[in-house]
Design a protein. Structure first.
Length: 581
């Protein structure tokens, strides 16, 4: 038994949420520093290129691209793939791909159990994959890091399987919320990311505690400015139809993202070569895409900011004109991410989704700007809403992604437009999700199997059935009792006193030997079990089986209410089963 089992729910989960929050803050800080070290080694030293940072991480809108030794990009990403593949497939093969999915699967299928070795393997492999130029996000590794430690703490504290699952889920939300500096969105994400169309409401409270503490720790090191700075735009209801169009296109693109990612993954799974070489091949292909558009490298946060403020002079492609580059970027980022992670590399799919959504929003925004310049004077709202609309559909996290993108941009002005766009994109994308470990609803999760497979007999209550008034009073004659037994085909009857209080029961075996003129009072057996209106059918069945009776007495306080005959019980049961079927 855990020491936490002695605490009330809110006390327990305030403490455990705080512990997970500390873990998430330290996990995000550790990974952030390691990632920047890998970027320094591969991108800045080996290739010698420049790489934009978002405003909330020291970036500037005056960024100038320096291509350095441009031809080395594919080699850098391939080397990163080789190192990542060696680490993953040698020590923890389950750390391949995007870590969030592995943590979701642990919640549903493995009672929240995760191997401890996955934690360091995922962190190092992802830092190398992204730092060398691979197209992936840092949220997946942070989520798996935090969830993995949450699982280990669950074992350390001797928590129940249910509570260990919660520790894992809270770790997912807190890890992502911390690395994105979105504590409210992270708390909601913990409850939402497990399902395609459902929530775990009991995770919101501990998620709030964990995300807030993780955010404070991470922000203490790297500042509390939103990742993409503060957007101070205005809302116009005339743009709502435009945002609806953006939502429609985002939903279609979300399907393309999912199909492309898992299509590439399927091809690499079937390749008859060693797993160690697959991330190298994926890295070379992704590197070739980066030669066409270096904007697909890494997490891409800095490019989102430059896109938001239309700083297109910073964009670079040796072969594509600017307008063609802008139109191509959503598709190129999808391919780059698919080959980076789908080939066996390690990293998250959330951040690439934000880049895809941002560039898609920019394309739609530019179109409407040229068609209706007075209504759409800037593309920034489209970029921000595009992020929410695209990944709200692709990740099946509409509620949390709206809040997270709002927190990342520091703007409440985009909320109405984002809500419309996300609702449409979520509808259009159907059941397609980038997180394949998600299940549709709580009913479909093995974590809730017992909860939703409760036998009907436990669900139905006595008050759901028809009760009958069949009894004898304590001063009635034996012959009266025998007559009622014959009439109702009972071998016993409940007995009440003159105030309708339940006294006990009389049995045929006793009355058959009695004088017919006696009162039943001499033959009453007291202490006979009974049920109440809120008792289940299973309780009734157990009493009937124990007494070998065709009825059970229903009592309220001490007052006799009636009897529930077995025929009425079975009739109510069969009716319920037919309705469910």
């Amino acid at each position: 038994m855990s020491i936490f089992d002695r605490l009330h729910y809110f006390e327990k989960w305030f403490i455990l949420g705080a512990i997970v929050g500390v873990v998430a803050g330290l996990a995000a800080t550790t990974f952030y520093e390691l990632l920047h070290l890998m970027e320094f080694i591969f991108l800045f030293k080996f290739i010698g290129m420049s790489y934009p940072r978002p405003l909330g991480e020291g970036g500037t809108l005056s960024f100038v691209f320096n291509k350095g030794h441009y031809y080395l990009i594919p080699f850098s990403i391939a080397i990163g793939g080789a190192i990542s593949g060696f680490i993953v497939y040698t020590f923890a093969p389950e750390a391949e791909g995007h870590g969030t999915d592995a943590a979701i699967r642990a919640y549903h299928d493995y009672q929240g159990k995760m191997r401890w070795v996955v934690v360091p393997v995922k962190v190092i492999a992802s830092a190398v994959t992204i730092g060398s130029g691979g197209s992936a996000g840092r949220e997946g590794p942070t989520a798996q890091f935090s969830a993995g430690i949450g699982s280990l703490l669950g074992d350390l504290f001797k928590l129940s399987p249910e509570d260990r699952r919660r520790m894992v889920a809270i770790g997912i939300g807190a890890g992502i919320g911390t690395i994105f500096k979105t504590p409210i969105g992270g708390a909601l994400l913990a409850a939402e990311i497990l399902y395609r169309r459902d929530l775990e409401p009991e995770l919101i409270y501990p998620g709030l505690v964990a995300s807030a503490i993780g955010y404070v720790i991470f922000g203490s090191f790297f500042g509390f400015t939103p990742v993409f700075g503060y957007y101070l735009g205005t809302f116009s209801p005339f743009r709502l139809p435009m945002y609806a169009v953006l939502g429609l296109v985002s939903g279609v693109m979300a399907i393309l993202y999912v199909k492309s990612f898992y299509g590439v993954q399927y091809v690499f799974k079937r390749l008859k070569i060693s797993n160690y070489f697959k991330p190298v091949i994926g890295g070379l292909i992704m590197g070739a895409i980066a030669l066409v558009a270096p904007e697909v490298i890494g997490t891409g946060y800095g490019w989102i900011n430059l896109t938001e403020y239309a700083k297109f002079n910073a964009f670079y492609s040796p072969v594509l004109p600017l307008i063609v580059l802008l139109v191509s970027l959503p598709f190129l980022k999808i391919l780059a991410t698919s080959f980076s992670i789908g080939s066996g590399g390690s990293g998250g799919v959330y951040a690439p989704g934000l880049v895809i959504g941002a560039t898609l929003g920019a394309d739609i925004g530019l179109l409407f700007h040229y068609l209706f310049p007075q209504v759409a004077p800037a593309i920034a709202p489209f970029v921000i809403i595009g992020m929410a609309a695209f990944f709200g559909a692709a990740g099946k996290v509409p509620l949390s992604v709206i809040v997270m993108v709002t927190e990342m941009t520091g703007s409440l002005q985009i909320l109405p437009g984002a809500m419309i766009a996300v609702a449409i994109s979520y509808l259009v994308s159907g059941n397609y999700t980038i997180y394949r470990a998600q299940v549709p609803t709580r009913r479909d999760s093995p974590a809730h199997k017992m909860e939703y497979e409760t036998p009907v007999m436990k669900v139905l209550k006595v008050k759901d059935a028809k009760l009958l008034d069949i009894r004898v009073k304590i001063h009635d004659k034996v012959e009266t009792a025998l007559s009622k037994m014959t009439e109702n085909n009972f071998m016993s009857l409940p007995v009440t006193d003159d105030n309708d209080n339940f006294v006990g029961a009389v049995f045929l075996r006793d009355l058959e030997k009695a004088d017919r003129k006696d009162t039943v009072a001499r033959y009453v057996i007291k202490g006979v079990p009974y049920v109440k209106l809120d008792s289940s059918f299973e309780d009734c069945w157990e009493i009937m089986a124990r007494l070998r009776s065709r009825w059970v007495c229903v009592v309220d306080g001490e007052k006799y209410i009636g009897v529930l005959p077995i025929d009425n019980l079975l009739q109510a049961y069969e009716k319920t089963v037919r309705n469910v079927s």
